[in-house]
Design a binder for this molecule. Structure first.
Ligand code: DQA
Length: 205
């Protein structure tokens, strides 16, 4: 049975662009065997190629005014290196670590080390599949996990990560509203209490 995933125009286009001038930068990392998407176990992973998936991600990124870079590797070490390098170049990571999800403490540690908000994506619902796929070493250090929505999962991840990062930036820019502390009933204002102390002690250290 083929999965019925499609990338609808609505999902790609319905999101409004973020108003920030500084573009958010997101790294999309595809793990092992995802280069074979489109031909690999179509009943599980569908027929969309990695290239087509990446262009759908790029299209949504443009609509959101996000800069995305995609990369794919079959090598654990290379994935770790890209994650490490992302620390100074990107605001967040979307990763499908594929089979390394279930085995790689090195990838988990790299994500924890860089401290960038990271969304874990799986095309299939790993929790419905073989038991060895139920455990994710990545989930514990991820902002969130999306599984079972096929290619749309990447678009949901992009939207979610964009909103998370944009909210963070807005909060950074908003000055904190300083409200005067409430005085306990019956107490006098600090200024008046200090005045009394200065008069009785001569000075305040
Ligand atoms: C996968 C699920 C993994 O268990 C598997 O090893 C993959 C792909 C997914 O996208 O559904 O290669 O990450």
């Amino acid at each position: 049975m083929r999965p019925c995933w499609t990338l609808s125009r609505e999902v790609v286009l319905m999101y409004p662009a973020c108003e920030h001038i500084d573009m958010l930068r997101i790294l999309v990392v595809h793990g092992p065997n995802l280069n074979l998407l489109g031909t690999r176990e179509q009943s599980i992973y569908g027929t969309l190629s990695l290239e087509a998936l990446d262009s759908a991600i790029t299209k949504l990124a443009k609509a959101l005014a996000v800069e995305v870079t995609q990369c794919q590797s079959n090598s654990e070490g290379e994935l770790v290196t890209w994650i490490q390098k992302a620390r100074t170049r990107y605001d967040g990571i979307i990763i499908n670590p594929a089979a390394y999800t279930h085995t790689s403490i090195a990838i988990r540690d790299a994500i924890a080390a860089v401290g960038l908000p990271t969304v874990e994506v799986h095309l299939s619902n790993i929790h419905q599949r073989e038991e060895f796929r139920h455990r994710s070493y990545i989930a514990g250090v991820a902002l969130g996990q999306i599984a079972g929505f096929g290619p749309t999962g990447y678009l949901l991840a992009l939207r979610g990560l964009h909103d998370h990062l944009a909210t963070g930036r807005r909060q950074e820019k908003t000055p904190t509203l300083v409200t005067p502390r409430r005085r306990a009933k019956g107490t006098r204002p600090l200024r008046s209490r200090l005045k009394d102390r200065i008069q009785s002690e001569g000075s305040i250290e």
